[in-house]
Design a protein around this ligand. Structure first.
Ligand code: ARG
Length: 572
């Protein structure tokens, strides 16, 4: 589509030049619009701004453009219409179909890959749960949004480094160490580590209210940990590895991969350098017993760098991490996928990097997102405030299993288990990614699992249906010849053709809902087509053509699901 738009823009540049007007391709490209209605064609070009140059009303100018294209026709354009001051181009569905087919034939499963980001390096930091704490819904959001971005950037040809910035450092580990020494037990810890650690942590806070000395002890323990004292270090390492093992299970279920797992602790020996740099730039000031960088001029509270007892802080580790990543990966862009509640934190430390003279700090983006709101309230009450991801996934899988038992009793038990796992996790992923990430997610089980609604299972169901149609049409010869006889075939082709452009829109906005909504639209388009058009039992050329449409739909659904990070079942 991009290439075609460029071609049309070049023709327009040529036309304008003929009339003594100088314009660049890029300036034309940005003016192209999508017509309001499908009947109005595929690309609309408004000519109002040329009224002065031509000293003619826009309709007339649009007519001239149309005439120009009619004397210098492009194969890809089927028809040109003038509507008021717009030139509307109708792209030939046959040309689109041929493009789609040749792309699929030559590239197979990679048919949707593009190279617009070739030679660009992106660091995507995502997930980043905290050790010794359960994986929360907030971390789910970061995980699925980040995984989506990693997949999308890769599909656009970028070199991507996905980093899990584990929260494995900070004063809370002093607390945990103290609590474990006082009340902990190795055997209990091994049984259900994260839960056990959480309980220790909760107990610490409760007892510290009565006995403030505990807080001092915890601070001391963390300082010893920062100094690398063996006993503290060993305990910490145990907490860390047990937690990571549990997170690993979740990542496996969600089909998420990282290129690097580098926790906050990794930067503990890189902090001194940060402090030196900030000192040299005369940015550090003492304030309330801490070293800070004042940000009054930017309407922000000071960024805390070091506490009076020498303990390092979250922001300092972020500054060190950014410098390390720039030096190691030389990224063109770095994306941080972290909830909106940390907006200020990101603005602060990015500003500090800028003030310290790191030009590249402007290439760092906070990809923020909203919260989950549980409509039916069922998930939030039982275990207090924190909703655990594992529980949500298990619940989704269980509910799907129940539905399947009813709807599809002929699957074997094992098949059903597998399908339920794939559909259940996919339902949660899709439900998250179909929202504009900035907004809160209104979570309702009915919506998440609705097989006919805007859901992951609905996408999976359509995919499985395509698969079934292809299986039944095994005897139909495959053909690459265009043979549309029904409007719904043309609409489907146009939808299919949009996919690569939607990927670019999703990239430009760094938002997944463009892809998710596209898949829902494609599914609807496909349903209309299938409702109107039989694949089997028509003349050979029609059947073959329709079989190809099913194949294209199936590949596109799969590609879209892959980018979203959703697995699809072959049968269900
Ligand atoms: N572990 C942090 C939390 O759960 C998120 C880390 C975000 N990333 C960052 N570079 N600060 O709140």
């Amino acid at each position: 589509m991009i290439e075609l738009k460029e071609k049309i823009a070049d023709s327009i540049v040529y036309f304008l030049k003929d009339n003594g007007i100088d314009f660049k391709r890029q300036d034309i490209l940005v003016q192209f619009k999508k017509p309001e209605k499908l009947d109005f064609g595929d690309i609309a070009f408004p000519v109002f701004r040329f009224a002065k140059d031509f000293r003619k009303p826009p309709v007339e100018i649009a007519g001239m453009v149309k005439d120009f294209f009619e004397s210098n026709p492009l194969d890809e354009i089927e028809k040109i219409e003038v509507i008021n001051g717009y030139v509307n181009f109708h792209i030939s569905p046959e040309w689109m179909f041929n493009q789609l087919v040749s792309n699929l034939n030559s590239k197979g499963d990679n048919f949707y890959k593009q190279d617009v980001l070739k030679d660009k390096t992106f660091v995507v930091e995502f997930s980043s749960p905290n050790i010794a704490k359960p994986f929360s819904i907030g971390h789910l959001r970061s995980t699925v949004i980040g995984n989506f971005l990693r997949n999308l950037l890769k599909a656009l040809g970028a070199n991507v480094i996905g980093i899990n910035h584990i929260g494995d450092w900070g004063t809370q580990f002093g607390k945990l160490i103290v609590a474990f020494r006082l009340w902990g037990n190795e055997e209990e810890l091994e049984k259900d580590p994260v839960k056990y650690m959480l309980n220790l942590y909760v107990r610490f806070h409760k007892e510290a209210e009565e006995n403030p000395e505990l807080e001092d002890k915890a601070r001391e323990a963390f300082l010893r940990l920062e100094k690398g004292e063996e006993e503290e270090r060993n305990l910490w390492e145990k907490f860390r590895s047990l937690s990571l093992k549990e997170f690993e299970k979740t990542y496996k279920r969600l089909n998420v991969h990282f290129d690097k797992v580098l926790g906050e602790a990794f930067y503990s020996d890189k902090i001194d350098r940060v402090i030196k740099i900030l000192e040299e730039k005369k940015l550090l000031e003492e304030s309330e017993n801490a070293l800070v960088v004042k940000l009054d001029d930017y309407n922000m509270p000071p960024c805390l760098i070091k506490k009076s007892d020498g303990a390092t802080l979250y922001a300092t580790r972020d500054i060190a991490a950014a410098i390390y990543r720039k030096e190691t990966f030389n990224f063109d862009k770095m994306l941080y996928v972290v909830g909106s509640e940390q907006k200020l934190h990101f603005r602060q430390f990015i500003k500090v990097l800028e003030l310290a003279g790191f030009e590249w700090a402007k290439n760092m983006e906070h990809i923020d997102f909203g919260l989950y709101r549980f409509k039916d309230g069922k998930m939030s009450t039982r275990k207090g405030k924190v909703v655990l991801l594992e529980e949500v996934l298990d619940e989704a899988v269980k509910r799907i299993r129940d539905i399947m038992e009813e709807k599809n009793p002929d699957l074997t038990k094992e098949e059903r288990e597998n399908v339920a796992e794939v559909l259940g996790t996919g339902a949660i992923i899709f439900n998250d990614l179909k929202n504009d990430r900035i907004k809160d997610v209104q979570f309702s089980w009915d919506e998440v699992l609705n097989f006919e609604g805007e859901s992951g299972p609905y996408i999976a169901y359509s995919y499985v249906r395509c698969n079934g149609i292809l299986r039944n049409a095994e005897s139909v010869k495959e053909s690459e010849n265009y043979k549309a006889t029904h409007d719904s075939e043309i609409s489907l082709i146009k939808k299919l053709f949009e996919f690569k452009e939607i990927m670019l829109i999703a990239y430009n906005n760094r938002k997944s809902h463009f892809i998710a909504n596209y898949l829902l639209d494609l599914t609807k388009s496909f349903t209309t087509f299938y409702h109107n058009c039989r694949v089997i039992g028509e003349s050979d050329d029609i059947s073959s053509f329709r079989k190809m449409l099913v194949k294209l739909t199936m590949s596109t659904l799969k590609a879209g699901a892959e980018i979203l990070g959703m697995r699809l079942p072959d049968r269900m």
